[in-house]
Design a protein around this ligand. Structure first.
Ligand code: TA6
Length: 314
C-alpha cells in the first residue's frame, strides 16, 4: 500500500484558452476542477494502476471538504487527511497558445505548530496500523512549516523501514540534500536540479552525471532526473542510465512529473528491478501528458508505451 503525502493540496482549476490576453477579459472554453497538489496527482495515477493508496496531508475549510468528498469516490483511494483551521488553496493552470501553460499557484494556508506536530502523530498511527510499503512526499511546503519538516517525515518512515520518494524543489530539497536523513528516491526535473546547483538549466548528460556524482547526492539510492520530451537521466546504486521515450502528441503536460512519481512508487512497491521501475515511471509520465485532465492516465495504453521506453546503462 502506498501512503501519498500532500502537505499543500489544492483544487486544480484548468482554463484552456486559444490565446491568453493580458490586461483584459479571458473567457475559457471550458473549466475543469480536480483535487490537486502534486501528491493527489500521484494518488490518482497510482489508483488508476489499481494500486491501493492512502492519501494524507492537510485539508481545511470548504475547499478541503470538497477535495475529501471527491477522493471518497475513487476506487483504490482511502483519504485520511489531517484537519486544519486554515482554508485549502486553489491552483490555476492556463493552457494557451498551442501548448503553453501558465500556472498561478496560491501559497495555501498557514499550518500551526500544533497542527504540524499533530500530523506527525497522525502518520505514525498510519504506519502502526496499516501495511504501508512506500511513501510518496510531493509538492510545496505550506506556510508555518520549517524547511526541514520533510526530514521529520522521512525520519519517521525510516524508523519503520519504509522507503520514501521525495518530489520537492527549492529550499526543502536543499535541506534534505545537506542533511543526514535521506529518502530512498528523489525525482527532480532538470530545472529543479540545476537550481540546487545554481547553474542554468541543462539536459547535457555529462553535466548531469558530474552533478549526481557529487557528495551532496550521496546516500540517496535512486535519483531520476526527468527531462520532459528528452526522457530522463537516472542514477541507481551508483550506476547511471539514459532513458529515452517516443515522440508524444502532448495534450496537457501538467501533472506529468507527479505521474512519474506514481509509476516509481507502484513499481518499487512491487519490488520490480530498476529497469522496470524506470520504464513504469516514464510510461505513467507520458500517459498523463496525453490526457486533458491533470494527474490522469489511460491504463489501456500502458503496455504499448511501456515497450517504447528505452533504458540504456551508461
Ligand atoms: O505538478 C502540477 C501540480 O500538481 C498542479 O496540479 C498544482 O497543484 C501544482 O503542481 C502544485 O505545486 P506545488 O509545488 O505548489 O505543490
Amino acid at each position: 500500500m502506498i501512503l501519498s503525502i500532500t502537505l499543500n493540496p489544492s483544487i486544480d482549476i484548468s482554463y484552456p484558452l486559444e490565446h491568453l490576453k493580458i490586461n483584459t477579459t479571458n473567457r475559457p472554453l471550458a473549466t475543469s476542477k480536480t483535487p490537486g497538489g502534486k501528491g493527489l496527482n500521484v494518488t490518482r495515477v497510482a489508483a488508476q494502476l489499481k494500486h491501493p493508496v492512502i492519501a494524507t496531508g492537510f485539508l481545511g475549510g470548504k475547499l478541503g471538504e470538497w477535495i475529501n468528498e471527491q477522493l471518497l469516490h475513487l476506487d483504490y483511494v482511502t483519504p485520511d487527511f489531517f484537519p486544519i483551521a486554515g482554508e485549502t488553496r486553489n491552483c490555476i493552470a492556463i493552457l494557451h497558445d498551442d501548448g503553453q501553460q501558465t500556472e498561478i499557484l496560491e501559497a495555501g494556508p498557514e499550518i500551526s505548530e500544533q497542527e504540524a506536530k499533530g500530523f506527525l502523530t497522525h502518520i505514525e498511527k498510519i504506519f502502526n496500523e496499516q501495511s504501508i510499503n512506500i511513501v510518496t512526499i510531493s509538492g510545496s511546503l505550506p506556510k508555518g512549516l520549517a524547511n526541514d519538516y520533510y526530514k521529520q517525515i522521512i525520519q519517521l518512515a525510516n524508523k519503520f523501514a519504509i522507503p520514501t520518494i521525495l518530489d520537492v524543489s527549492g529550499k526543502p530539497l536543499d535541506a534534505i540534500l545537506n542533511g543526514e536523513v535521506k529518502p530512498f528516491a528523489i525525482k527532480p526535473n532538470d530545472e529543479e536540479l540545476c537550481a540546487i546547483e545554481g547553474i542554468p538549466s541543462t539536459r547535457d548528460l555529462k553535466i548531469l552525471k558530474d552533478i549526481l556524482s557529487k557528495d551532496l547526492y550521496k546516500g540517496i539510492p535512486l535519483i531520476l532526473v526527468s527531462l520532459g520530451k528528452d526522457g530522463a537521466f537516472v542514477r541507481y546504486d551508483g550506476q547511471f542510465y539514459k532513458v529515452s521515450i517516443p515522440h508524444l502528441d502532448v495534450v496537457n503536460p501538467v501533472g506529468s512529473g507527479d505521474s512519474t512519481v506514481a509509476g516509481l512508487a507502484v513499481a518499487t512497491a512491487q519490488d520490480a528491478l530498476i529497469e522496470a521501475i524506470v520504464k513504469t515511471a516514464m510510461t505513467t509520465g507520458m500517459l498523463n501528458a496525453m490526457e486533458k485532465a491533470t494527474g490522469c492516465i489511460n491504463p489501456a495504453l500502458f503496455d504499448s508505451y511501456y515497450e517504447k521506453v528505452i533504458v540504456e546503462k551508461l
